[in-house]
Design a protein around this ligand. Structure first.
Ligand SMILES: Nc1ncnc2c1ncn2[C@@H]1O[C@H](COP(=O)(O)OP(=O)(O)OP(=O)(O)O)[C@@H](O)[C@H]1O
Ligand SMILES: [Mg+2]
Length: 253
């Protein structure tokens, strides 16, 4: 579909429904951020009712932007959109190997990004089903992931990096890593104080795109690094823990 045609359809959709892009200024912003395939993917998610509106940006990173969206139940959603222009994605192949067992690794960065989003969605679902507290995954399409919003929009919840932490947070983290390993058979592989929310007395593990199966050849190495990161963080905050190697044994059993 041509860009102007898509724009027209989005505008029509906006008039006919409660799509929250209100004026042409917002539309301009949208055009700056989204390329045609992204607009189309977004349009499809709107059409099927996965979201009914999109508010402002929550966090604009180098490779992904997170938006405050609205679900059909009127409850906030986090809409994570990976930027196709980001060329840094090649280094992520290491975390996709083994996941895409029957297909080949896509050669285009767009293909790689879409596969990443699919993997992130599935990882969230596996973790959620195993009883690990993560943002509940709702839907995905191409480079767009829709999940439960953690925080009080427009503000995202603070992460461990921005919050007061105590010994209970350390215990929760090790238990989450253990459950993830034993029940979901996953290793987060990008675990740090920046990827755990602390919100209204609850902790929420997130950013699961890099998580790999425990059968991944580098799973143990990733797990060791995850534990090391957390031990290091808590130590900096004056909270001692067992050595990473001891924790590794506890997690893997
Ligand atoms: N489910 C969510 N609810 C609310 N805010 C979220 C959610 N997911 C992500 N965010 C916000 O977006 C930020 C980045 O998200 P995330 O860590 O998943 O992406 P990332 O790929 O690591 O991006 P970056 O490298 O830019 O941090 C988070 O720190 C948080 O502020
Ligand atoms: Mg992150």
């Amino acid at each position: 579909m041509r860009r102007d045609k898509l724009r027209e359809r989005l505008l029509r959709y906006q008039r006919e429904s409660r799509f929250l892009v209100k004026d042409s200024n917002d539309m301009k912003v949208i055009e700056e951020v989204f390329d045609k395939p992204t607009l189309l993917a977004l349009y499809e998610l709107l059409k099927k009712g996965a979201i009914v509106g999109l508010n402002g940006v929550v966090r604009a990173g180098k490779e992904a932007r997170v938006y405050w969206g609205v679900g059909p139940d009127k409850i906030a959603r986090a809409v994570k959109i990976y930027l196709a222009a980001s060329m840094q994605f090649r280094r992520r192949v290491r975390y996709i190997a083994g996941y895409h067992r029957f297909g080949r690794i896509p050669s285009s960065s767009r293909g790689l990004i879409n596969l990443w989003v699919q993997k992130e969605f599935k990882n969230l679902r596996l973790a959620h089903d195993a009883g690990v507290r993560v943002p509940r995954p709702h839907d995905y399409n191409e480079n767009i992931l829709i999940m439960e919003y953690i925080g009080s929009p427009p503000a995202p919840a603070p992460t461990f990096a921005e919050a007061e932490v105590d010994n209970l947070d350390l215990e929760w983290t090790i238990e989450a890593v253990r459950k993830l390993y034993r029940k979901a058979e996953l290793v987060h592989a990008d675990l740090s104080e920046f990827n755990i929310f602390k919100h209204e007395g609850e902790r929420v593990l997130f950013d699961m795109g890099s998580a790999v199966s425990t059968s991944h050849p580098e799973a143990k190495q990733f797990l060791r690094r995850d534990l090391f990161n957390m031990v290091h963080f808590f130590k900096k905050r004056g909270i001692p823990s067992e050595a990473p190697e001891v924790l590794l044994g506890e997690v893997t059993g």
